[in-house]
Design a protein around this ligand. Structure first.
Ligand code: ZN
Length: 282
């Protein structure tokens, strides 16, 4: 399937908004209130209109400090490309980012908010900058325990996370392949894990899995709707817990405030928008 994705400048306070160009520019705001269902990817839905696999593009946009942008897409799913956020970073780089004059608004966390599910947990805590700590533990010889901790800004995202690809298990794709649903492209847009190794190596990093999980986490946190001032700790979490945290945070209006004070001296993040165009095919 071919789809066309285009980032278009949006006015101040527009936020990050998907527009389905195949449905008269139907708008789906990148916001926790529009989270539909989450499994291997995050999907948004509004008035029955679905949009799937939003997390990699949102991770790039959010990390680059882009607050206002229209994401025009003519399909139900965002292009997966190579399974990382690098192609989206290239789009943003080619387009450039325009700084707006008005002060940037942040969602500043005032008290902890947590979601716990058995041995999986995620929490957000007060901090003067936006930082994530992501811990994964997969029972697989190529994965095991991996941990990434960083202050999130465009440079740290670019250097540490943007190239880390998504992954799946060979056992997950075999039934799909048998049904003829996966053609040649699948080995190009995900790391495929076999029982004890990698089907399509080499890995880009020994801890590519942990890095990708942190990328996914940031993409889901973008659904807070504003840049965060808070520290997020995720342990064996995933899209479901990430989005539950965002929903719980937004619902607990005593846990945060909206501020225009500019913290994060290491990571000056201007109010920006972006313009880019890309052709993508699966
Ligand atoms: Zn992912």
């Amino acid at each position: 399937m071919q789809s066309r994705l285009r980032l278009t400048p949006a006015p101040p306070d527009a936020g990050i908004v998907f527009r389905r160009t195949d449905l008269d520019l139907f708008r789906i705001e990148a916001h926790g209130s529009n989270v539909a269902r989450v499994s291997y990817a995050t999907s948004l839905m509004k008035q029955g209109v679905l949009l799937s696999t939003t997390e990699h593009l949102l991770a790039a946009i959010y990390s680059c400090g882009i607050d206002n942008v229209y994401i025009d897409i003519d399909a139900i799913e965002l292009p997966i490309l190579d399974g990382s956020a690098e192609p989206f970073m290239q789009m943003i780089d080619e387009a450039g980012i325009r700084k707006l004059r008005r002060k940037r608004r942040y969602l500043k966390v005032l008290k902890p908010v947590e979601v716990v599910e058995d041995d999986r947990r995620i929490g957000i805590y007060p901090s003067d900058d936006f930082r994530v700590c992501c811990y994964v533990d997969f029972p697989h010889p190529m994965v095991g325990q991996q941990e990434v901790e960083m202050v999130v800004n465009s440079e740290s995202f670019r250097q540490v996370l943007s190239r880390a690809r998504t992954f799946c298990f060979e056992s997950d794709i075999e039934p799909l392949r048998a049904m003829g649903l996966i053609r040649g492209g699948s080995l190009d847009n995900a790391i495929v894990l076999t029982r004890d190794g990698v089907l399509n190596g080499p890995l880009r990093y020994a801890d590519e899995f942990g890095r990708h999980k942190a990328l996914d986490l940031i993409g889901d946190l973008a659904l807070a709707g504003l840049p965060l001032l808070g520290r997020v700790e995720a342990r064996k979490a995933g899209h479901a817990l990430h989005t539950q945290l965002v929903s719980r945070l937004l619902a607990d209006t005593g846990a945060w405030t909206i501020t225009t004070e500019d913290h994060a001296p290491e990571a000056p993040r201007p109010i920006v928008d972006a313009f880019a165009e890309s052709h993508a095919a699966d």
